[in-house]
Write a protein that binds this ligand. Sequence first.
Ligand code: ADP
Ligand code: MG
Length: 485
Amino acid sequence: MSNLHQVKRSLLTRPAGTDNNETAVELWTRICELLSASIPEKAFRTWFSPIQPLHYHERELHVGIPTRFFFEWIEGHYASEVDHALLSTIGEGASLRYSIQAKHGDRPRSEPSAFPEASDAVLLAESDSEPAEQLQHAATAAGLNLRYTFDNFIEGPPNRFARAAAYAVARQPGKTAYNPLLLYGGVGLGKTHLLQAIGREALTQNPRLKVRFISSERFTQDFVEAIRNNRADEFSARWRSVDLLLLDDVQFLVGRDRTQMEFFHTFNTLHQSGKQIVLTSDKPPRELRGLDERLVSRMGWGLVCDIGPPDFETRLAIVMRFAAEENVDLDSDVAYYIASSIENNVRELQGAIVRLLAFSSLTASDITMQTAQHALQDLLRGRGSVKLVGVDTIQSLVAEHFDLSVDLLSARTRVQPVAKARMIAMALSVKMTGLSLKQVGNHFGGRDHTTVLHAKNKIDEWLATDSDFAQIFQQLEHAIRSRTL
Ligand code: ADP
Ligand code: MG
C-alpha cells in the first residue's frame, strides 16, 4: 500500500500511436488476469475487455480506450485495483496512460472538453464542405437541430454523469450496456440538448446511421394521424426500422394508451435487434403515473441518469458562454449576480442574458450592476421565487441563531463558531440578496469577493455532504424569508 503513490494513471489528450508492441500486450494480459480476479466478471468485460494495449516504454504502459467515459468510470470505480495490478506487474514508478482511440475508419477527432473554444462554425469550416453538407442533410432527415452539440454543452457535477453516458451512447449506439438510456430532470436543464447532441455525434461518426429525433407529443400526433388515414402499418414500419431512436419528453405518453402500446412494440423491436433507444423525461420512470408498467420496467433495463440543477460554478460558466456567444464582455460582478440569482433553470439563465442585452441596447446604457439589477428585477420578482432580502436581516438572524453579536460577523476574528456563522451568512446573502460577491463582502467588514466565493463554495460542499447542516441552513433560510415577507 505504501507504494501506491508511485503509480500514475492519466488520460492523454492526444491519441497515442497504434504500434502494438509485444511487451505491452504481454503486460496488459497479466494486468487483466489480476483485474479479472478482483473485479466482477461483467464489470471486467464491460470496462477492461475493450481496452487495447498499445506500447510500453520505460515503465510507461500506453493503452487505448474507446471513449473518455471509460477513463472516468475506471478512475471512479477501479483505481485501486488498477494500481495494485500495475504494481505487481510493472512495479514502482509504473504509469498507465490511457488515450482515446478512434475506431477503425473513423476520422481522428478531439474529445470535447468542458469549455471548448471551437464554435459550430469553426468545426464545420475545418472539415471540407462535403461532409458538412452531408451532416446537414442527415440531420434534417433525422429531425435534428445542429445547434446542440456536446462541445457547447457545459459540464458540471450535476450533469457530468448524464453527459458522459450520452457521449458513450453517441459513440457506440446499441453497443453499450446503456440501452435504453433514460435522462431525466427538471425543465430547462439540458435534456433536449443532450438528446440532440447524441444524434449529431452519432451522425458525425456515421452519416448512414438511421437516426430519428422526435418529441413524444409529436410521436403521438403522428400516430393518431396515421390511424386516421389508415396508415398505422406504415407508421409502425417506419419507427421500427431506425438505428437510433431519440424520444424526447416521454412523460407526454402518460394517459395515451394506444400510443404507449405502439411505442411498447417499437421499443421491443428495436431493443431486440440491438438498436439504440434514448429517452428523456421530467421525472424518474417509476414516478410517471399512468404509464404502462411494462414500459416503466423496460426503461430501467439500461441506464437511468438524472440531471440536476447546475451548481454556481456551472451557472457562471454558462452565463459567460452565453454572453460570449452574444459578443458581450460581461463584467464578472454582473455575471456573478446573474448566476447567483437564477438557480434552477438554464433556459432562464439564457433568458436573463437576452433580457439584459435588450435592456441595455434599448436604453443605450452600458451593462453595469445597476443595469443588470434593473433589467432583471421584474424577471426575478415575477417568478416570486427570489425575493430581495437585506444583508442586515440575514446577519441578525444568523447571529441570533448562533447566539453571537452581529458585529462579530464583520470583525476580523476567525475563532469558531464565528467564522462558520459568517460563512453561512455570506452564503445566504449571495443566495438571497441579489448583491454581487463584492457588495456582499463589503457588508462583512470589507472582505473581498474571493472570500465570499470561498464561503459560498464551502457551504455548498457542506450542504451536499452533511444533511444535518443542510437542515439548519434551510431553517435559517426559511426564517429569513418569513421575516421579509
Ligand atoms: P430541457 O429539455 O431539459 O427542458 P433544454 O435542453 O431545452 O432543457 O435546455 C434549455 C436551454 O438551455 C437550451 O438552449 C440549451 O442549449 C441550454 N442548456 C441547458 N443546459 C446547458 C448546458 N449544460 N450547457 C449549455 N447550454 C445548456
Ligand atoms: Mg426538453
